[in-house]
Design a protein around this ligand. Structure first.
Ligand code: AMP
Ligand code: ZN
Ligand code: FE
Ligand code: FE
Length: 276
Protein backbone atom coordinates (compact mmCIF):
# COMPACT_ATOMS: atom_id res chain seq x y z
CA UNK A 1 0.00 0.00 0.00
CA UNK A 2 1.39 3.37 -1.01
CA UNK A 3 -0.26 6.74 -0.54
CA UNK A 4 -0.07 10.34 -1.67
CA UNK A 5 -1.60 12.23 1.25
CA UNK A 6 -1.49 15.80 -0.07
CA UNK A 7 -2.93 17.09 -3.34
CA UNK A 8 -5.19 19.81 -4.68
CA UNK A 9 -7.99 19.82 -7.25
CA UNK A 10 -9.93 22.61 -8.91
CA UNK A 11 -12.11 22.77 -5.80
CA UNK A 12 -9.28 24.90 -4.45
CA UNK A 13 -6.19 26.12 -6.27
CA UNK A 14 -5.37 22.99 -8.26
CA UNK A 15 -6.38 22.99 -11.92
CA UNK A 16 -7.63 19.43 -12.42
CA UNK A 17 -10.96 17.84 -11.53
CA UNK A 18 -10.73 15.17 -8.80
CA UNK A 19 -11.31 12.41 -11.38
CA UNK A 20 -8.10 13.42 -13.16
CA UNK A 21 -6.12 13.14 -9.90
CA UNK A 22 -7.66 9.73 -9.39
CA UNK A 23 -6.55 8.64 -12.86
CA UNK A 24 -3.01 9.88 -12.17
CA UNK A 25 -2.94 8.13 -8.80
CA UNK A 26 -3.97 4.83 -10.35
CA UNK A 27 -1.44 5.24 -13.16
CA UNK A 28 1.26 5.92 -10.56
CA UNK A 29 0.36 2.66 -8.80
CA UNK A 30 -0.96 4.25 -5.61
CA UNK A 31 -3.50 2.46 -3.46
CA UNK A 32 -4.48 5.47 -1.31
CA UNK A 33 -5.02 9.10 -2.32
CA UNK A 34 -5.94 11.91 0.05
CA UNK A 35 -7.57 14.93 -1.55
CA UNK A 36 -6.54 17.89 0.60
CA UNK A 37 -7.97 21.00 -0.99
CA UNK A 38 -7.52 24.28 0.87
CA UNK A 39 -10.55 24.91 3.11
CA UNK A 40 -12.76 22.57 1.10
CA UNK A 41 -14.10 19.02 1.12
CA UNK A 42 -16.17 19.64 -1.99
CA UNK A 43 -14.11 17.42 -4.30
CA UNK A 44 -14.11 14.31 -2.13
CA UNK A 45 -17.35 12.79 -3.41
CA UNK A 46 -16.22 13.18 -7.03
CA UNK A 47 -12.88 11.57 -6.19
CA UNK A 48 -14.69 8.67 -4.49
CA UNK A 49 -16.96 8.16 -7.49
CA UNK A 50 -13.99 8.14 -9.87
CA UNK A 51 -12.10 5.71 -7.63
CA UNK A 52 -15.13 3.41 -7.42
CA UNK A 53 -15.26 3.35 -11.23
CA UNK A 54 -11.72 1.91 -11.26
CA UNK A 55 -13.04 -1.18 -9.52
CA UNK A 56 -13.59 -2.15 -5.90
CA UNK A 57 -10.52 -1.86 -3.67
CA UNK A 58 -8.19 -0.38 -6.32
CA UNK A 59 -7.84 3.09 -4.81
CA UNK A 60 -8.96 4.32 -1.41
CA UNK A 61 -9.87 8.01 -1.20
CA UNK A 62 -9.09 9.70 2.10
CA UNK A 63 -11.15 12.83 2.79
CA UNK A 64 -8.71 15.59 3.65
CA UNK A 65 -8.40 19.35 3.90
CA UNK A 66 -5.50 21.82 4.19
CA UNK A 67 -6.11 24.58 6.71
CA UNK A 68 -4.17 27.86 6.86
CA UNK A 69 -3.47 28.45 10.52
CA UNK A 70 -1.65 30.78 12.83
CA UNK A 71 0.95 29.57 15.27
CA UNK A 72 3.08 32.02 17.25
CA UNK A 73 2.46 34.78 14.69
CA UNK A 74 3.49 32.63 11.75
CA UNK A 75 1.34 30.97 9.06
CA UNK A 76 1.38 27.20 9.11
CA UNK A 77 -0.66 24.72 7.10
CA UNK A 78 -2.34 21.80 8.83
CA UNK A 79 -3.59 18.78 6.92
CA UNK A 80 -6.75 17.21 8.27
CA UNK A 81 -6.95 13.57 7.11
CA UNK A 82 -9.66 10.89 7.45
CA UNK A 83 -12.27 13.54 8.28
CA UNK A 84 -16.04 13.26 7.94
CA UNK A 85 -16.86 15.09 4.70
CA UNK A 86 -20.62 15.28 5.31
CA UNK A 87 -21.58 18.78 4.10
CA UNK A 88 -23.95 19.19 7.05
CA UNK A 89 -21.27 18.40 9.65
CA UNK A 90 -19.62 21.20 11.66
CA UNK A 91 -16.27 21.00 9.85
CA UNK A 92 -17.81 21.38 6.38
CA UNK A 93 -19.94 24.27 7.59
CA UNK A 94 -16.97 26.05 9.11
CA UNK A 95 -15.08 25.57 5.84
CA UNK A 96 -18.00 27.05 3.87
CA UNK A 97 -17.80 30.17 6.03
CA UNK A 98 -14.04 30.41 5.45
CA UNK A 99 -14.58 30.09 1.68
CA UNK A 100 -17.13 32.92 1.78
CA UNK A 101 -14.48 35.12 3.42
CA UNK A 102 -11.96 34.03 0.76
CA UNK A 103 -14.39 35.06 -1.96
CA UNK A 104 -14.81 38.54 -0.50
CA UNK A 105 -11.06 38.85 -0.17
CA UNK A 106 -10.60 37.71 -3.78
CA UNK A 107 -13.05 40.34 -5.01
CA UNK A 108 -11.23 43.00 -3.03
CA UNK A 109 -7.84 41.87 -4.39
CA UNK A 110 -9.17 42.04 -7.97
CA UNK A 111 -10.44 45.56 -7.18
CA UNK A 112 -7.02 46.59 -5.88
CA UNK A 113 -5.38 45.20 -9.01
CA UNK A 114 -7.79 47.15 -11.25
CA UNK A 115 -6.87 50.33 -9.36
CA UNK A 116 -3.19 49.46 -9.94
CA UNK A 117 -3.72 49.18 -13.69
CA UNK A 118 -4.49 45.47 -14.06
CA UNK A 119 -8.16 45.07 -14.90
CA UNK A 120 -9.24 41.41 -14.67
CA UNK A 121 -12.56 39.68 -15.25
CA UNK A 122 -13.66 38.58 -11.79
CA UNK A 123 -16.44 36.30 -13.06
CA UNK A 124 -14.08 34.56 -15.46
CA UNK A 125 -11.64 33.94 -12.60
CA UNK A 126 -14.43 32.64 -10.36
CA UNK A 127 -15.44 30.23 -13.10
CA UNK A 128 -12.01 28.56 -12.85
CA UNK A 129 -12.84 27.44 -9.30
CA UNK A 130 -14.84 24.23 -9.08
CA UNK A 131 -18.35 24.50 -7.57
CA UNK A 132 -18.29 26.43 -4.31
CA UNK A 133 -14.59 25.65 -3.95
CA UNK A 134 -12.08 28.02 -2.39
CA UNK A 135 -10.89 31.10 -4.19
CA UNK A 136 -7.27 32.11 -3.62
CA UNK A 137 -4.31 34.05 -4.89
CA UNK A 138 -3.24 31.33 -7.36
CA UNK A 139 -6.46 31.85 -9.34
CA UNK A 140 -5.74 35.55 -9.63
CA UNK A 141 -2.08 34.82 -10.40
CA UNK A 142 -3.07 32.64 -13.36
CA UNK A 143 -5.37 35.40 -14.66
CA UNK A 144 -2.55 37.96 -14.34
CA UNK A 145 -0.31 35.71 -16.43
CA UNK A 146 -3.03 35.07 -19.03
CA UNK A 147 -3.67 38.83 -19.35
CA UNK A 148 0.04 39.56 -19.78
CA UNK A 149 0.49 41.40 -16.46
CA UNK A 150 3.04 38.81 -15.28
CA UNK A 151 5.49 36.49 -16.96
CA UNK A 152 4.60 33.39 -14.94
CA UNK A 153 3.06 32.39 -11.63
CA UNK A 154 6.12 33.20 -9.55
CA UNK A 155 6.34 36.61 -11.23
CA UNK A 156 2.64 37.24 -10.56
CA UNK A 157 3.10 36.45 -6.86
CA UNK A 158 6.31 38.46 -6.59
CA UNK A 159 5.07 41.50 -8.46
CA UNK A 160 1.42 41.70 -7.44
CA UNK A 161 0.28 39.22 -4.82
CA UNK A 162 2.85 39.17 -2.02
CA UNK A 163 2.66 41.20 1.20
CA UNK A 164 3.35 44.84 0.37
CA UNK A 165 2.46 44.43 -3.32
CA UNK A 166 -0.61 46.16 -4.84
CA UNK A 167 -2.86 43.12 -5.14
CA UNK A 168 -2.20 41.53 -1.76
CA UNK A 169 -4.65 41.07 1.07
CA UNK A 170 -4.11 38.73 4.01
CA UNK A 171 -6.71 36.17 4.94
CA UNK A 172 -8.07 35.19 8.31
CA UNK A 173 -6.25 32.20 9.75
CA UNK A 174 -7.55 29.68 12.21
CA UNK A 175 -5.71 29.40 15.48
CA UNK A 176 -3.79 26.13 15.34
CA UNK A 177 -5.63 25.01 18.46
CA UNK A 178 -9.02 25.57 16.80
CA UNK A 179 -7.97 23.68 13.67
CA UNK A 180 -6.78 20.70 15.72
CA UNK A 181 -10.07 20.71 17.57
CA UNK A 182 -12.20 21.03 14.40
CA UNK A 183 -10.45 18.12 12.68
CA UNK A 184 -10.49 15.89 15.75
CA UNK A 185 -14.21 16.55 16.23
CA UNK A 186 -14.68 15.56 12.59
CA UNK A 187 -13.06 12.22 13.40
CA UNK A 188 -9.80 13.02 11.62
CA UNK A 189 -6.11 13.35 12.38
CA UNK A 190 -3.82 16.35 11.84
CA UNK A 191 -0.42 16.41 10.18
CA UNK A 192 1.75 19.53 9.86
CA UNK A 193 2.17 20.24 6.11
CA UNK A 194 5.60 21.13 4.68
CA UNK A 195 7.33 21.91 8.01
CA UNK A 196 10.27 23.29 5.99
CA UNK A 197 8.18 26.45 5.46
CA UNK A 198 8.48 27.36 9.14
CA UNK A 199 11.40 29.37 10.47
CA UNK A 200 11.79 27.00 13.42
CA UNK A 201 10.16 23.73 12.38
CA UNK A 202 11.28 21.76 15.44
CA UNK A 203 9.84 24.34 17.84
CA UNK A 204 6.55 24.47 15.93
CA UNK A 205 6.25 20.69 16.00
CA UNK A 206 7.06 20.42 19.70
CA UNK A 207 4.48 23.09 20.52
CA UNK A 208 1.78 21.54 18.32
CA UNK A 209 2.52 18.07 19.66
CA UNK A 210 1.63 19.35 23.12
CA UNK A 211 -1.71 20.56 21.66
CA UNK A 212 -2.58 17.20 20.10
CA UNK A 213 -0.86 17.13 16.70
CA UNK A 214 -0.92 13.61 15.24
CA UNK A 215 1.73 13.68 12.54
CA UNK A 216 4.32 15.52 10.49
CA UNK A 217 4.59 15.63 6.70
CA UNK A 218 8.13 14.28 6.63
CA UNK A 219 8.27 13.92 2.87
CA UNK A 220 7.27 16.83 0.59
CA UNK A 221 8.80 18.10 -2.68
CA UNK A 222 10.21 21.22 -0.97
CA UNK A 223 12.10 19.09 1.59
CA UNK A 224 15.54 17.52 1.16
CA UNK A 225 16.33 13.95 2.22
CA UNK A 226 18.35 15.39 5.12
CA UNK A 227 15.38 17.44 6.31
CA UNK A 228 13.11 14.42 5.92
CA UNK A 229 15.44 12.34 8.11
CA UNK A 230 15.42 15.09 10.74
CA UNK A 231 11.60 15.18 10.70
CA UNK A 232 11.37 11.41 11.00
CA UNK A 233 13.71 11.45 13.98
CA UNK A 234 11.72 14.21 15.67
CA UNK A 235 8.42 12.44 14.98
CA UNK A 236 9.89 9.30 16.55
CA UNK A 237 11.05 11.20 19.61
CA UNK A 238 7.61 12.80 20.07
CA UNK A 239 5.64 9.64 19.21
CA UNK A 240 4.04 11.32 16.19
CA UNK A 241 3.06 9.61 12.95
CA UNK A 242 4.49 10.77 9.62
CA UNK A 243 2.75 11.63 6.36
CA UNK A 244 4.02 12.20 2.83
CA UNK A 245 2.55 13.93 -0.18
CA UNK A 246 3.16 15.58 -3.53
CA UNK A 247 1.26 18.84 -2.87
CA UNK A 248 0.27 18.52 -6.52
CA UNK A 249 -1.59 21.54 -7.94
CA UNK A 250 -1.06 21.41 -11.70
CA UNK A 251 1.01 19.54 -14.27
CA UNK A 252 4.42 20.84 -15.21
CA UNK A 253 5.68 22.17 -11.91
CA UNK A 254 7.63 19.10 -10.85
CA UNK A 255 5.00 17.72 -8.49
CA UNK A 256 3.12 14.92 -10.21
CA UNK A 257 0.69 12.83 -8.15
CA UNK A 258 2.64 10.18 -6.24
CA UNK A 259 6.00 11.95 -6.41
CA UNK A 260 6.10 11.65 -2.59
CA UNK A 261 4.60 8.57 -0.96
CA UNK A 262 3.70 7.25 2.46
CA UNK A 263 4.09 3.52 3.05
CA UNK A 264 1.19 1.33 4.11
CA UNK A 265 2.35 1.14 7.72
CA UNK A 266 2.58 4.91 7.88
CA UNK A 267 -0.97 5.31 6.58
CA UNK A 268 -2.22 2.81 9.17
CA UNK A 269 -0.34 4.58 11.99
CA UNK A 270 -2.11 7.81 11.02
CA UNK A 271 -5.47 6.07 10.71
CA UNK A 272 -5.07 4.49 14.13
CA UNK A 273 -4.72 7.92 15.70
CA UNK A 274 -8.29 8.83 14.77
CA UNK A 275 -10.24 9.87 17.87
CA UNK A 276 -12.53 7.11 19.15
P1 AMP B 1 -3.93 32.01 -0.53
O1 AMP B 1 -4.28 30.87 0.38
O2 AMP B 1 -5.09 32.48 -1.34
O3 AMP B 1 -3.24 33.14 0.19
O4 AMP B 1 -2.87 31.44 -1.60
C1 AMP B 1 -1.71 30.81 -1.10
C2 AMP B 1 -1.36 29.63 -1.98
O5 AMP B 1 -0.72 30.12 -3.14
C3 AMP B 1 -0.35 28.70 -1.35
O6 AMP B 1 -0.98 27.70 -0.57
C4 AMP B 1 0.34 28.10 -2.54
O7 AMP B 1 -0.41 26.96 -2.99
C5 AMP B 1 0.25 29.18 -3.59
N1 AMP B 1 1.49 29.94 -3.82
C6 AMP B 1 2.14 30.75 -2.97
N2 AMP B 1 3.24 31.30 -3.54
C7 AMP B 1 3.28 30.82 -4.82
C8 AMP B 1 4.15 31.00 -5.95
N3 AMP B 1 5.21 31.80 -5.89
N4 AMP B 1 3.86 30.33 -7.09
C9 AMP B 1 2.78 29.52 -7.15
N5 AMP B 1 1.92 29.31 -6.14
C10 AMP B 1 2.16 29.95 -4.99
ZN1 ZN C 1 -2.42 25.45 -2.84
FE1 FE D 1 0.35 24.37 1.96
FE1 FE E 1 -0.99 22.10 -0.31
Amino acid sequence: MVADLHCHSRYSDGVEPPAELVRSAAAAGLSVLALTDHDSLEGVSEARAAAAALGTGRLEIVAGVELSCEDAGEEIHLLGLFVDDDPAAPLARRLAAIRETRLQRGEAMVGQLAAAGCPLDLEAIRATVGGEGSFGRPHIARALVAAGFALDLDDAFRRWLSPGRPGFLGKPRLAAREALDLVHRAGGVVSLAHPIWSREPDEVIRRLASLGLDGVEASHPDQSPEFEARMRALAGELSLAVSAGSDFHEPGRGRSVGVRRAAGGEVEALRERRPA
